[in-house]
Design a protein around this ligand. Structure first.
Ligand code: A3P
Length: 301
């Protein structure tokens, strides 16, 4: 593997993020008004980041002159994993303390490994996951293009084997999903659990729900004036993909080309990649791992 994954605090942590996770666990100070957008990688992180940003700021920015038109969602909603990069910790804490509220952060870190203050305060967490079949395809196509990342330099069969064993950045995917799922069942006011497929199917319903969850509901007037529809359009795959700020340039310490965050943006693309034995194998794993939890995905046969 071009970069190693380490089993760290019960999850497969990319080596390059271990120090940051350790540092933010020690030093990050959550605020009650924080919003954390959590996701398993390749589940629609960039989409939910854009939506969360637009929804929580819907009274602040006009749709015509919106920061999402000129900034990439990963810039507007930075990953917690990138907030502590070593160096002067006190300066980083001060910088974070002084950010405008509500602060919105993204994270791929599993629930148990979040900073204690994030877990225990009343800050809000929105989690998005995706049907594992499409999640695998999105991860495989992405990691195979964005080098050097963990699934690179393996064949699709090998990558599938690793995925089935839970060996993928921030995996196993089932523990990741269940960690947030169980928390959302226990504390629905704290953790909102979303599926990519549901969000795709009925975006406006979920946008309204997110507004309520974050304590910034849309008024009837705003709804009538097309604010919800405007936000959906602004954050749509077609719109985001074609913005210059998402089309060219690189992002993150790994210098990932921004255009790689947008591939197909659909549900059900797995049918173009899965053989019948793969369908059977992953179906069994999904069933076994999620059984009894109340979390499920559409049956594949
Ligand atoms: P596909 O590879 O299936 O196309 P992440 O942001 O977690 O890396 O997830 C990336 C996936 O979300 C990719 O899926 C990408 O195309 C899709 N995506 C990106 N922007 C989207 C949007 N605005 N609406 C729906 N899906 C989007």
């Amino acid at each position: 593997q071009p970069y190693p994954l380490y089993l760290f605090q019960d999850f497969w942590c990319p080596g390059i993020h271990i120090q940051a996770v350790d540092l933010f666990q020690q030093h990050f100070r959550a605020k009650q008004s924080d919003v954390v957008v959590a996701s398993f990688p390749k589940s629609g992180t960039i989409w939910i980041k854009a939506l969360a940003f637009a929804i929580s700021n819907h009274q602040r920015f006009s749709l015509e002159n919106h920061p999402l038109l000129t900034s990439n969602p990963h810039e507007l909603v930075p990953f917690l994993e990138f907030t502590f990069g070593g160096g002067d910790i006190q300066a980083q804490i001060l910088h974070l303390d002084n950010l405008a509220e509500p602060r919105i952060f993204g994270t791929h870190t599993p629930f148990p490994s979040l900073p204690t203050s994030t877990k225990e305060s009343n800050c809000k967490i929105i989690y998005i996951c995706r049907d594992p079949f499409d999640n695998f395809v999105s991860a495989w196509t992405y990691f195979n293009k964005v080098k050097p990342l963990s699934l690179t330099a393996v064949t699709q069969d090998e990558a599938f084997e690793m995925y089935c064993n839970g060996v993928i950045d921030y995996g196993p995917w089932w523990s990741h999903m269940l960690g947030y799922w169980n928390e959302s069942v226990a504390r629905p006011d704290k953790v909102m659990f979303l599926k990519y497929e549901d969000l795709k199917e009925n975006t406006s319903f979920h946008v309204k729900k997110i507004g309520e969850f974050l304590g910034c509901p849309f008024t009837e007037e705003e709804e009538k004036n097309g604010v919800i529809e405007g936000i959906i359009k602004l954050c749509s795959f077609e719109k985001m993909k074609d913005l210059e700020v998402n089309k060219s340039g690189v992002i993150g310490r790994g210098s990932i080309e921004k255009k790689n965050f947008f591939r197909k943006g659909e549900k059900g693309d797995w049918v173009n990649y899965f053989t019948p034995p793969m369908v059977e194998k992953l179906s069994k794993i999904v069933e076994e791992k999620l059984s009894g939890s109340g979390l499920s995905f559409k049956k594949k046969f």
